[in-house]
Design a protein around this ligand. Structure first.
Ligand SMILES: *Cc1c(COP(=O)(O)O)cnc(C)c1O
Length: 428
């Protein structure tokens, strides 16, 4: 899965020429205890600025940071100021890049900061942005209410479209000349519809011109980085709300953007000037979270499968939406097999009835907490129709089968039988 000798990896990435697995690298990669009094764990560098050894060093660091001097000797950029770099942030970014086999990662103080900074860097007045629907509400708002004021047109498309359908939509709506970015979110929230990232990336290549590359960016919050790696399927950039699985404990807000070096240098440069940089404490918390990322996501997924099996046979449940449930031979099943290593821990289901029955169920839960957000160690339940997706126009809701009988669950690492007992009593 992981190439050995990645061009942008630091010492300690390989053992005898073979790349170590991300699970192994999360414990020490990118950190040198010698530079921190031998501390086994990376300390929290709670400082705004860094002392230069000499004025000459300061001059050199700045000229590299501002791209005035080509960094021919591939020197590491010296520490300057915590809006530009900080050890906790840099080590965190090195480790995040490993999961997606990206050249570089950039961390942000929220998922929205990652998404908006990335979009602002690659979109200009007159450009068109093609995006999959439904999208996370905040992202949708930014595209439809903010970007539009800067002369950036946006076109929403059902995520489940195949190559020919996407191509036809682009041609019929005459987007060939202005298309600058394809932005995807897979699986879609809250319906778990899977998107053929490979097909969209092929479309981006097909319509790209030598002087204008169409960027494919994927919000991988729901399955990644453990169960889906969009870059392997042709995406240029992958984004996360790290508030969710990467942070994983519902105690921080953060975001990530990862990808190829030349694109990431642009994203990081804009980040420096927008000032959307996380602090050392949040970065440190995320370093700690990354050590358990895989075991958390695996346990959450195992629990979710048990919960799904239970829901599928319950007489008060009408339909369950979960990535591994698609019928063999269907397009969705084919995407699942090509893109996903497993099905994650986000489950949506329709109760029999409507809002009244859904609310009764939600109000009866005792182990699950009634809250939005997802991906933490504890299980959460919410009502997308009136909560996270209240802003989505009614006709769109209909199109995606998002009705008032739908409940969304985020499954945590509790005992699965306890979760099922809670669902049993709340459904009764
Ligand atoms: C939560 C979320 C976001 C926004 O992230 P914040 O960290 O809340 O800013 C973006 N995309 C998806 C899929 C999310 O679930």
């Amino acid at each position: 899965m992981i190439k050995s000798s990645h061009p942008h990896r630091k010492p300690g990435y390989e053992l005898n020429g073979v790349a170590l697995k991300p699970e192994t690298l999360m414990m020490g990669y990118g950190y040198k205890p010698k530079l921190s009094e031998g501390a086994l764990k990376c300390p929290i560098f709670q400082t705004s600025t860094f002392v230069f050894n000499t004025a000459e060093d300061g001059k050199e660091f700045f000229s590299i940071a501002y791209g005035k001097k080509e960094n021919t000797e591939k020197k590491e950029l010296g520490l300057i100021y915590s809006r530009i770099n900080n050890p906790d942030l840099e080590i965190l970014e090195d480790r995040l890049a490993v999961w997606d086999d990206a050249d570089m990662s950039a961390v942000f103080p929220s998922g929205m900061a990652a998404i908006t900074t990335m979009m602002l860097e690659f979109l200009r007045p007159g450009d068109t942005l093609l995006f999959s629907q439904p999208l996370y509400g905040g992202t949708h708002h930014f595209i439809e209410k903010v970007l539009i004021q800067y002369g950036i047109k946006a076109y929403g498309i059902r995520g489940g479209c195949n190559y020919n359908e996407i191509k036809k939509i682009i041609e019929e709506n005459k987007m060939q000349e202005t298309l600058a970015m394809i932005y995807l979110e897979s699986p879609a929230n809250p319906t778990n519809e899977l998107i053929d990232i490979e097909a969209f990336a092929e479309i981006a290549k097909y319509f790209s011109k030598p002087n204008k590359k169409i960027i494919t960016a994927v919000d991988n919050t729901f399955l990644g980085p453990v169960f889906q790696q969009p870059i392997k399927h042709g995406a240029d950039l992958v984004l996360y709300s790290a508030t969710k699985f990467i942070g994983g404990h519902s105690d921080l807000i953060a975001g990530v953007c990862s990808g190829e070096k030349n694109l990431m240098i642009r994203v990081k440069t804009l980040r420096t000037f927008l000032g959307s940089v996380p602090d050392a404490w949040t970065s440190w918390l995320m370093l700690r979270s990354l050590e358990t990322l895989k075991i958390r996501m695996k346990t959450q997924c195992e629990n979710a499968k048990k919960v799904t099996s239970f829901l599928c046979t319950h007489p008060r449940v009408e339909k369950v939406y979960y990535p591994s449930l698609h019928q063999e031979g269907s397009e969705q099943h084919d995407i699942y097999k090509r893109h996903c290593q497993d099905s994650g821990s986000m489950i949506s289901f329709d109760v029999k009835g409507g809002e009244k029955e859904a609310f009764k169920f939600l109000n009866s839960l005792k182990v699950f907490h009634l809250a939005v957000s997802l991906g933490g160690t504890e299980s959460l339940a919410e009502h997308p129709y009136t909560m996270t997706h209240t802003d989505v126009p009614d006709d769109e809701k209909k199109l995606y089968h998002l009705t008032d009988k739908m409940v969304r669950l985020s499954i945590g690492i509790e005992d699965a039988d306890d979760l099922i007992r809670d669902l049993t009593q709340a459904l009764s």
